[in-house]
Design a protein around this ligand. Structure first.
Ligand SMILES: N[C@@H](CCC(=O)N[C@@H](CS)C(=O)NCC(=O)O)C(=O)O
Length: 228
């Protein structure tokens, strides 16, 4: 059975949604990142980048959420667009756009809004501006189509969902007013039983919730350089 290394945060949630949508059996392997379990030697053999999610499927190891989505979609033949160069080009473009734009800018926006010490106005402005600009591109695509790639629900919608569900924390809930098509897409996916099962996975384990001094050390190891 596929082992799924998981923490209840945006990137692992995309993969949880895929497993639940596909009905693919998996074993949930909790990684409590606030306790530093992502830095354990055993986990680093699976993901040298020390982040969730990752999967181990027999002798195959895959890390990075969007790579995992593509691996699982190709393995199962599910949630892919039609197999034409044009459709595959759009799928790869939007999947990588989420991987390299939505994820990193949203993550940095959350970091500078909620965790960075002062002064941080420049960083908050840059990352919230860029995160919002990226979300607006999703909104414009979803103004033209029901789903990211047209009429069919695919792995790209799952990649988008992982971060769209966290938008209030990234930009503030008031931002939904300028992203009506993305909100419609989020609400539709949230109503799917698979999304509700994916969200409920976090109740199976007790993850550390406090961001205390040790959690900051585990999550933001770069701060050690400032201390000296
Ligand atoms: N590019 C990676 C990013 C993974 C990532 O940032 N994961 C977060 C959870 S959403 C994490 O494990 N953070 C713990 C840490 O940074 O130490 C992906 O898409 O999977």
């Amino acid at each position: 059975m596929i082992k799924f290394y998981y923490h209840p945060s945006p990137n692992p949630l995309k993969v949880a949604l895929f497993f639940e949508e596909a009905g693919l059996p998996y074993e949930l392997m909790p990684v409590d990142t606030r306790k530093g379990e992502q830095h354990s030697p055993e986990f680093l053999k699976i993901n040298p980048n020390a982040k969730t999610p990752a999967i181990v499927d027999g002798d195959v190891t895959v890390f990075d959420s969007n790579a995992i989505l593509l691996y699982l979609a190709e393995k199962t033949g599910q949630f892919l667009p039609e197999n034409t160069p044009a459709a595959r080009g759009q799928m790869l473009s939007w999947l990588m756009f989420v991987a390299t734009g939505i994820g990193p800018y949203s993550g940095q926006a959350v970091h500078f809004k909620h965790f960075a010490p002062e002064p941080k106005e420049y960083a908050v402005n840059r990352y919230t501006f860029e995160a919002e600009r990226h979300f607006k591109l999703l909104d414009a695509q979803l103004a033209k189509h029901r789903y990211m790639l047209g009429d069919t629900y695919t792995l790209v919608d799952m990649a988008v969902w992982g971060w769209a569900r966290a938008l209030p924390r990234v930009l503030g809930a008031e931002t939904w007013a300028s992203l009506p098509n993305l909100k419609r897409h989020l609400d539709e996916i949230n109503a799917r039983p698979a999304a509700q099962r994916a969200e409920a996975l976090q109740t199976r384990f007790t993850f550390k919730t406090e961001i205390d001094a040790d959690a900051r050390k585990q999550l933001f190891p770069q701060n050690a350089r400032l201390a000296g």
